[in-house]
Design a protein around this ligand. Structure first.
Ligand SMILES: *Cc1c(COP(=O)(O)O)cnc(C)c1O
Length: 731
């Protein structure tokens, strides 16, 4: 392939440690704490200042700090060790995939997603969907799956959040600095950037292709900010989740159509195509279009594409299921049905969705109609999705609607605290990560002495509390903050009280205000003199979601209320960094969605693997995870038709369990050294039962056996039929 990855050469590093630049440009360091230690040891203050970004770090680090590191024997030992691990990882021929599928070396899975959350220093994600995509790539890399990712380089990232003194969310757009990010530009051998183009309402719009290396897996990001485009089109990939439908359809055409073209330009011929959510579903159309233009009939192209496409649906909430007015389809896609040699009606049929107000073109419908395998992301979500899309298969029974489920998981090495990993290395054996999805291995959790586990838990809570205090302090010193905001930012937190965390997108169905439905009772619980409780809130509302922003305001009002004694806190700007600190540092992770709207949820899984206990509605993953002893349930396993009735029942259940079970278990029956053995017993039960089940290792094994493998087989038979048509006809 005549392609050149433009490797930036803007660091001047001492030769002895020059390979730090390789580490900086491979996100492998994100889930390898040893690699992070290297940067921390060189200059901890700078590491914090550049927000844990190795590229920016190496651009800014002072020469004396580097020289000191090269003269430090311990540093060099760690450096050599990390580089050996890195080399071994990158060159390994013996992987889970190669061991289990030795007969499938020539396969390639293309994984498309609107967002990828890999690390806080690369903010091209908004929330759960992106973090899941990021974890999917990391685990695919660990397992040696032949996979490449395709997404967008959002030049303005997702917004950063400030909360005004009266609780109103303000947003600021970021401006990503290309030179400070672990992205490389792909050029042709003549030095010009590799480009793809897509026709959008008659205009040709260009995108360049950037590469991010995620361990062994390459991720390609499209970026329209190039000279060849007009100013509006240059901004097309600037932001995530625009509410403007023309921007949305343009972005989705760019991802679906441009993404397929980009992979071909890069020399790839994927055999399996995975659409993570419906945003990328136009890839089905582009694939068919290429086949029809090469001479195949539309029917045959459709059959082929379907056999090798996989679709994962992520939400039953209407706002998450994109659909477009038919006039937009006419405006943007009419040239495509011409290429497909079908008429408008036939094309619209592919995504036709009948709503009460009329017909639309639905991206999930398109994806469902053109995928051989479709899955929801938890068992309950599977059931909800089958009912939701039953209308596409009216002659089948609901339970026979072809949407299964593969429950989400999280990538342990990314989300588990380093200290806890060290403890597991000691008590579970060095290869616990390789066997993370094996429930039997986790029985060894009982070998960990309570005192050691508790010491790590205390350390993690201390770390979270000092983080909040230091952040509030620096905001206060920086000026422009009202004292109320400093209190709301957590300066009155302390590390001894039972601490609850609630952090997620502020959408109304997630009911951040459920816990304060009876505000007086809530404040009594929080300010109890002998058994106080702290609650830390965090989360962004979509800028166009007014009810979501009002929810933040309502929570903020309680946070500001002096009666709560500074024990309620709202931490601004929820992102992967804050998520990590919270899921690791609080004692209890609360989730209160209105059933059955939470398709899966993943933050509770991150909490569980850190010894934080879940206290949640039996929705999404928790309905599968909860066993009566590994956390607590809010409400029961039923759906109410009346929302207010459901809210009242759930709030009642929440208060009772908190007062009668959670608080006493945390504070009572401590041994003389202050260790709450019954609490720790529950932590161990939680880790033992939840970590294996909700790991990305388990998740990707299921994707492999249920989705990727059948598609790979189908792709092989199609290829055989194509190269040897006579033989297949005979036999
Ligand atoms: C894990 C994560 C999410 C998803 O959490 P939910 O449980 O689905 O709410 C969202 N945002 C960030 C920053 C995360 O790390």
């Amino acid at each position: 392939m005549d392609l050149v990855r433009e490797t930036p050469n803007h660091f001047s590093l001492p030769r002895r440690i020059s390979r730090l630049s390789e580490l900086a440009y491979n996100l492998w360091w994100v889930w390898n704490p040893g690699a992070q230690r290297l940067f921390i040891q060189i200059d901890r203050t700078l590491w914090e200042k550049v927000y844990h970004n190795p590229v920016a770090f190496l651009r800014k680090v002072e020469r004396p700090s580097l020289n000191a590191a090269t003269n430090d024997r311990y540093f060099l030992e760690l450096y050599d060790q990390v580089m050996r691990d890195f080399d071994r990882y990158m060159s390994a021929e013996d992987t889970w995939y190669s061991r289990n599928y030795p007969s499938k070396p020539n396969q390639l899975i293309a994984y498309f997603s609107f967002e990828f959350g890999l690390h806080e220093s690369l903010p091209v994600y908004a929330g759960g969907l992106g973090v899941l995509s990021g974890d999917h790539l990391k685990e695919a890399s660990d397992m040696g799956l032949p996979l490449v990712g395709m997404g967008f380089y959002y030049t303005q990232g997702y917004f950063s959040q400030r909360i005004t003194e009266d609780g109103w969310q303000e947003t600021r757009n970021l401006e990503l600095k290309f030179d400070d990010l672990p992205v490389t530009l792909l050029n042709r051998s003549d030095g010009t950037p590799l480009m793809v183009s897509v026709t959008l309402a008659g205009r040709k719009v260009f995108a360049r292709i950037l590469q991010v290396q995620v361990g062994r897996v390459p991720l390609y990001l499209l970026d329209t900010d190039v000279d060849a485009n007009n100013p509006a089109d240059r901004m097309l990939t600037a932001r995530l989740y625009s509410s403007d439908h023309e921007v949305r359809i343009s972005q989705e055409m760019l991802l679906g159509i441009g993404g397929v073209r980009a992979l071909h330009e890069l020399g790839y011929q994927p055999t399996v195509w995975h659409m993570n959510e419906g945003h990328s579903a136009f890839l089905t159309v582009q694939r068919m279009r290429e086949m029809v233009m090469a001479g195949m009939s539309f029917e045959e192209a459709m059959d082929r594409v379907r056999k090798t496409n996989i679709f994962t649906t992520h939400t039953p909430v209407p706002a998450g299921n994109d659909e477009f007015a038919l006039w937009l389809i006419d405006k943007y896609l009419s040239h495509i049905w011409e290429d497909l040699k079908i008429d408008r009606e036939r094309f619209v049929d592919l995504g036709r969705n009948m709503q009460e107000w009329g017909e639309t073109f639905s991206m999930p419908v398109l994806a469902l109609r053109l995928s051989g395998k479709a899955n929801a992301v938890s068992e309950l979500h599977g059931k909800v999705s089958r009912a939701m899309w039953h209308k596409l298969w009216p002659d089948r029974k609901v339970e026979d609607v072809p949407i299964g489920h593969i429950t989400n998981g999280v990538h342990a090495s990314t989300w588990m605290a380093r200290r806890l990993q060290i403890l597991f290395d000691r008590y579970l054996g060095a290869d616990w990560r390789e066997n993370i999805d094996d429930p039997d291995m986790w029985t060894m959790i009982d070998n960990i002495p309570d005192a050691e586990l508790w010491a790590v838990r205390r350390h993690l809570k201390n770390k979270l509390v000092s983080y909040a205090i230091e952040r509030a302090r620096s905001q206060w010193v920086g000026g422009g903050f009202h004292p109320v905001q400093v209190v709301a930012g957590g300066v009155l937190l302390e590390p001894y009280s039972l601490t609850l965390g609630f952090a997620r997108r502020f959408a109304t169905y997630k009911r951040a205000n459920l816990i304060m439905r009876d505000l007086d009772r809530f404040i009594r619980i929080v300010t109890n003199e002998t058994r106080p409780v702290q609650v830390i809130f965090a989360g962004k509302a979509h800028p166009a979601d007014e009810p979501g922003k009002m929810l933040i305001q309502q929570v903020y009002r309680a946070v500001k209320d002096s009666r709560s004694g500074g024990r309620l806190v709202f931490l601004e700007d929820y992102d992967m960094n804050l998520a990590r600190l919270l899921v690791q540092g609080v004692d209890v992770w609360v989730n209160t969605p209105r059933r059955p709207n939470e398709a899966s949820g993943t933050s509770g899984m991150k909490a569980a693997m850190n010894g934080t206990l879940n206290f949640s509605v039996l929705d999404g993953w928790w309905r599968e995870g909860y066993n009566g002893n590994n956390g607590w349930a809010i409400g029961s396993d039923v759906d109410y038709s009346d929302a207010d009735q459901q809210d009242a029942a759930d709030a009642q259940s929440l208060y009772e369990t908190l007062e009668n079970e959670i608080i006493p278990l945390y504070y009572n029956n401590r041994s003389s050294d202050g260790i709450p053995h019954s609490w720790i017993e529950r932590i161990k039960e939680s880790i033992r039962t939840l970590v294996p089940q909700f790991s990305t290792r388990r998740m990707l094994k299921e994707y492999m056996s249920q989705a990727y493998l059948p598609a790979m087989d189908a792709s092989e038979s199609l290829l055989q039929a194509a190269t040897n048509p006579a033989k297949t006809k005979e036999g």
